[in-house]
Structure formats: structure tokens, C-alpha cells
Design a protein around this ligand. Structure first.
Ligand SMILES: [Zn+2]
Length: 400
């Protein structure tokens, strides 16, 4: 399966994957999924929001155990983020059949559409639509860099955009959803474990800092006469790093826009975007409040006007404790494995679904922690351990 997927949507120069929603590369991934489903005698189904399902047993019986992830990628993404979960799901089913497992509940493998949001700028579109966390109206407004709207892109790819919208009937049939994913960090590498169980997705948000000063000539304006917002911005970047370290949080200024953006001009405006995340709400609040306070002090010193706007915020997502503990019990029965419980700063379809159905995640060790890059990696032994852990979990949940 890994060899089949390896060339799909891979850019020859960067070696990274460009599997964007509703593109030919995405269609190739979808064709591969359908083939895998049918070759195993599973019933393939494309839902109204473009998510693919492969069913074993009666899809309408209820209490289904669902596993899977996504096949799309960020620009120049790695091979593992998403596909590892889908491939492992099919491999885990093969393992269970080899064990002669008898299923007492329906099982489904899912490929959620447009998880990364690389093309239309919003992550988890397939699962958000299904869970009713993205309205049809808002989805219709999504536009890619070439001005093509989401419904136009769907139509071109042969999917009827008229059908998109909440799908509560489908969610009601799911008893549990388990997503296996490559870890996007080094917690497992540091603890020396192959597999982890997710506790929660950290609260995270984006804040826009507008530093307004006065544009002027870089060659004729004395240093003491300047109101240069770049200075306050630069000091704020350093403060973000310092405050994040103090609170055990994460803070990143990764995007900036400058006006007038001339080499020989003192800027009039520096706009910087802060991404901040932490294990709990209190640490996140402490970090962002401290960064803003520092920014205001620097701005005042340089005669700069500062406005701070929170552009988005996602509160902590706690995965259901009962299901998480069940996974802990199932994997705890293994003598060759310890599976620590850990949080993550990255969003997932599992996080979206957790508002509607009991949801859990398994992580597979990533030796460098690198993700969203062609250098993303997991060792073959660890991937096999992931498949076996997922098989154990599915057996525990869906079999006699
Ligand atoms: Zn992912």
C-alpha cells in the first residue's frame, strides 16, 4: 500500500506531496482508497461531503467502530501525515482477518476530505461539514488562490456541491472513532515508546498585532526622530519566545506584512500574526497576556500605536475519557508495549468529531518530530507496531 501511494502527488523537485482537495492528485488518492476497499470486499461509499467510507458489516446497524484519517497534504507535505492512518486501518483489518476475529459491530474505514485546508485555507472541511461545524453558506464562500470556489472545485471533480451539509444521521451510526496518526512532535522519541494515546488537543489561537508608526526616508530621518514600528515588533517577537518558555507554552510569529515595504523606507505599519498554543487554557492566557503587555510597553517607548485582534480561537478538545481509558486497558494488556498518554498541539478530524461521537487517537513515534515537510518520517518497525496496536484496539472494540 505504501509503495502504491508513494508517487501520488509527489513533486519531483521538492520530494514533497501536493495532494490538495479536489485536484487530480486527490482523485488518484481517492481511486486508490476505493480500490483498497473493494479488493477487501468492503462496501465503498462517498458521502455528501466528499468523505470516503469503506464498510464491513451493515452501515445502518449503528454502534459502528470507525477508523481512518486523511490522504490530502499540506504544500510539500510528508508521506505520513494522514496516509499512515488510512494505510494502517486497512492493514489492521487484514491483521484481524488473519487472526480470525469475529466482528460483532460494523467496522468502517474513512478517508476524510480536505483535512489540511491547503487549497481553501480552512482545515478539516470534510469532517466540519459532517459535524455541522461549518455551514453550507460559509463553505460556498471558500475560494482557492486561483479564485476557484469550493463548490466549483467539487463540481469539476465530479462531486455534486448541492449535497454538502450536516450529516447527523451518519454520525448517529458511529459508536467510536479512532484515528491513528504520526506524532507531530518528539514526546514518544523522548520517552522511548513506539505508540502513544492522545489525551487532548491543546487550546490554540491566532492574534494579529498591528504596530503603526510613521513612514519616512531611511536616509534622511535621524534615529531619534523616528517612529519605527519594526523595532517594537522585533522586541515583541523576542518577548513571545521568552514568555512561552516561562509558561511552558508555544508562541510563534510566522507571518508578517510591512507597509510600505520598501528597502529605503521606515515602515508605517508592521502587522505580525502570533500563533500560540499550550497544554491548558491558563498557560495560554498567561502567555498571550504577557506578550501583549510587553508589546504595549515597547510600542509606547517608540511612539507606536498598537492594536491586537484575536482572529481565531479553538478551546481545548479533551478526547472522551472512557474510550481513552479503554484504549489504555487494551494496550496495557500487552507486555511488549507501554503507551503513554500525551497531548498534541495539532488539529485533527478526530478533534472535530469528538464533539459528536466518542473519539480517540493513537500516535506513532516520529524520531525527529518533523511534520508538514518532506523530511517527516516514521520507522517501519514503529509503523508495524502502530498497525498491531490499532488491530488490538479494533478487536477490543468491535469483535467478540
Ligand atoms: Zn493529519
Amino acid at each position: 500500500m505504501w509503495r502504491d501511494l508513494a508517487p501520488v502527488g509527489r513533486h519531483p523537485d521538492t520530494g514533497g506531496y501536493r495532494r490538495f482537495a479536489w485536484t487530480p492528485a486527490d482523485a488518484d488518492c481517492r481511486a486508490w482508497f476505493k480500490e483498497q476497499a473493494e479488493s477487501r470486499g468492503l462496501a465503498h461509499e462517498l458521502d455528501r461531503n466528499g468523505n470516503q467510507w469503506a464498510w464491513l458489516g451493515d452501515p445502518h446497524a449503528g454502534e459502528a467502530v470507525v477508523t481512518g484519517s486523511h490522504l490530502d497534504s499540506v504544500p510539500d507535505g510528508g508521506a505520513f501525515d494522514g496516509p499512515l492512518g488510512v494505510v494502517s486501518s486497512f492493514a489492521a483489518l487484514d491483521e484481524l482477518r488473519a487472526r480470525g476475529a469475529e466482528f460483532t459491530r460494523p467496522l468502517a474505514i474513512v478517508n476524510f476530505g480536505d483535512e489540511e485546508g491547503a487549497r481553501f485555507g480552512l482545515a478539516c472541511v470534510g469532517s466540519r461539514l459532517t459535524a455541522g461545524q461549518l455551514s453550507r453558506e460559509k463553505a460556498y464562500e471558500l475560494t482557492d488562490a486561483d479564485g476557484i470556489t469550493l463548490p466549483q472545485a467539487m463540481e469539476r471533480a465530479g462531486h455534486d456541491p448541492e449535497r454538502i451539509g450536516p450529516d447527523p444521521e451518519r454520525l448517529a451510526r458511529i459508536g467510536a472513532f479512532v484515528e491513528l496518526h504520526v506524532e507531530q512532535g518528539r514526546a514518544l522519541d523522548l520517552s522511548g515508546d513506539r505508540i502513544g494515546i492522545a489525551s487532548a488537543i491543546w487550546p490554540h489561537g491566532r492574534w494579529r498585532f498591528d504596530f503603526r508608526g510613521e513612514a519616512n526616508h531611511a536616509g534622511t530621518t535621524r534615529l531619534t526622530d523616528r517612529r519605527d514600528p519594526m523595532l517594537s515588533y522585533a522586541e515583541t517577537v523576542l518577548a513571545a519566545r521568552r514568555e512561552a518558555e516561562l509558561a511552558g507554552a508555544l508562541a510563534t510569529f510566522g507571518k508578517i506584512s510591512v507597509e510600505p515595504n520598501g528597502v529605503n523606507a521606515i515602515p508605517s505599519l508592521v502587522r505580525g500574526w502570533l500563533d500560540s498554543r499550550a497544554a491548558d487554557q491558563e498557560s495560554l492566557d498567561t502567555t498571550v497576556t504577557a506578550i501583549e503587555k510587553a508589546a504595549r510597553e515597547y510600542a509606547e517607548r517608540h511612539g507606536i500605536d498598537l492594536t491586537v485582534v484575536r482572529e481565531s480561537f479553538t478551546p481545548v478538545v479533551e478526547f472522551e475519557h472512557a474510550l481513552r481509558d479503554e484504549l489504555g486497558r487494551i494496550l496495557g494488556a500487552r507486555t511488549d508495549l507501554t503507551a503513554p498518554v500525551l497531548g498534541t498541539g495539532a488539529g485533527h478530524d478526530a478533534g472535530i468529531l469528538s464533539g459528536s461521537v466518542p473519539t480517540a487517537m493513537l500516535f506513532v513515534r516520529n524520531p525527529t518530530g518533523v511534520s508538514h515537510s518532506p523530511a517527516e518520517h516514521a520507522a517501519e518497525d514503529d509503523c508495524v507496531a502502530g498497525v498491531l496496536a490499532l488491530a488490538d484496539v479494533l478487536e477490543g472494540l468491535a469483535c467478540k
